[in-house]
Ligand binder design. Structure first.
Ligand code: SF4
Length: 375
């Protein structure tokens, strides 16, 4: 009797035998068929198009991604066109999405597809996983959505759904718990593959998990009354939706301060390109430096950066933004020099406003550009 009770407690979903992964598949597929949002990348099974959408959707909301994806697919509709594109064009198409390494990896991967796979997107999971910038989640998403393979996916949305459904209180970042979640995700998609029904069951099951996490099983105030699997949900039953997933304590944000300078000479502005191997590599920006001093130190900072005493320094505005765990404040100044302007800035170029608009800038510096256009 005691042994029987122990076994029962170990079942996913806690105290009910109904809550096996297989039992969830039918309701999830039916719900997805009736409720899936009409997203542009869901109208195709082209692995290239799905790959681009998956990379863009990392850390970025659907509504932000849609215009980027549509523009990208117009400009670079195939792996071949991406492989051959100018790197500056690729960065420009990505401008504003952040995490620019993703754009560079896309192009490197497209070149590998041309060289190693005769221009055809590979279908085997291991070959997809071997492409630069593609991890286990993205390879699983591409193989399941484009090729209907039973490859699991586990991202933030799916982690939230699974920890709540199965009442998993341990931190999903811990190795053992993470492995358990991958195993549950695999059981679900493999059960979907066994459903005797024509269609894209593996694709739809994985997309149902993503969609449920994005639209119903949201981080705060999940809409459990709309959820197709609430009867099987441990968190709903035990009133623990606010406690799951247990992500531990958030890393404390680090404050960083920068000063950026707008220098103009005969209607052209001084900008510089970031070198390879650093954050935002190859993007353009207004000359700037990191500082711990107050905005009033603008003249001194300009002298340090340009190695020349400025004639006038005028504060323009302050830009605040957050990147990963950094809270960044950037004080922007317009600076003038008696001899026109300094030339001793590495990787620098003088550009007209029209030329500036063709270059790719990180968001904060694009903000400065917008501000100059309005002046
Ligand atoms: Fe999430 Fe609520 Fe559905 Fe459980 S019942 S999976 S908490 S939306």
């Amino acid at each position: 009797m005691q042994r029987k009770r122990r076994l029962k407690e170990k079942r996913p979903g806690g105290n009910s035998g109904r809550h096996t992964p297989a039992a969830l598949v039918g309701p999830l597929l039916a719900w997805f068929a009736a409720n899936a949002r009409d997203l542009p990348w869901r109208r195709t099974r082209d692995p290239y198009a799905i790959w681009i959408s998956e990379i863009m959707l990392q850390q970025t909301q659907v509504k932000t991604v849609i215009p980027y994806w549509e523009r990208w697919m117009r400009e670079l509709p195939t792996a071949q066109s991406l492989a051959r594109a100018r790197p500056g064009k690729v960065l420009k198409l990505w401008e504003g999405l952040g995490y620019y390494t993703r754009a560079r990896n896309l192009q490197t991967a497209a070149q590998l597809i041309m060289d190693k796979h005769d221009g055809c997107f590979p279908e085997k999971f291991d070959a997809v996983l071997a492409l630069p910038g593609i991890g286990r989640y993205t390879a699983g998403a591409i193989c399941s959505i484009a090729f209907n393979q039973p490859t699991p996916i586990l991202d933030g949305n799916v982690i939230r759904v699974l920890t709540r459904l199965f009442g998993i209180g341990e931190n999903p970042r811990e190795t053992k718990t993470n492995a358990r979640l991958w195993s549950l995700a695999a059981s679900l998609v493999q059960s979907a593959a066994r459903v005797k029904r024509r269609g894209q069951n593996c694709s739809h099951l994985n997309q149902a998990l993503m969609e449920l996490g994005a639209t119903v099983c949201t981080p705060r105030q999940p809409k459990c009354h709309l959820c197709p699997v609430r009867k099987s949900c441990a968190a709903f039953r035990e009133d623990r939706t606010g406690q799951l997933p247990n992500l531990g304590r958030r890393a404390i944000a680090t404050e960083r301060r920068f000063a950026a300078f707008v220098v103009e000479r005969s209607g052209r502005f001084l900008v510089q390109q970031r070198p390879a191997g650093v954050v935002n590599a190859h993007l353009w920006e207004f000359p700037n430096l990191e500082t711990n001093t107050r905005p009033t130190a603008g003249p001194q900072l300009a002298k340090t950066l340009f190695n020349e005493r400025p004639e006038a320094v005028k504060p323009l505005r302050q830009i605040r933004h957050t990147i990963t765990r950094y809270r960044i404040t950037m004080d922007v100044f317009r600076v003038e020099f008696a001899n026109g302007a300094p030339d001793a800035i590495p990787n620098a170029r003088w550009c007209s406003p029209a030329q500036l608009h063709k270059l790719a800038f990180p968001s904060a510096h694009r903000n400065i550009l917008g501000m100059l256009a309005r002046q």
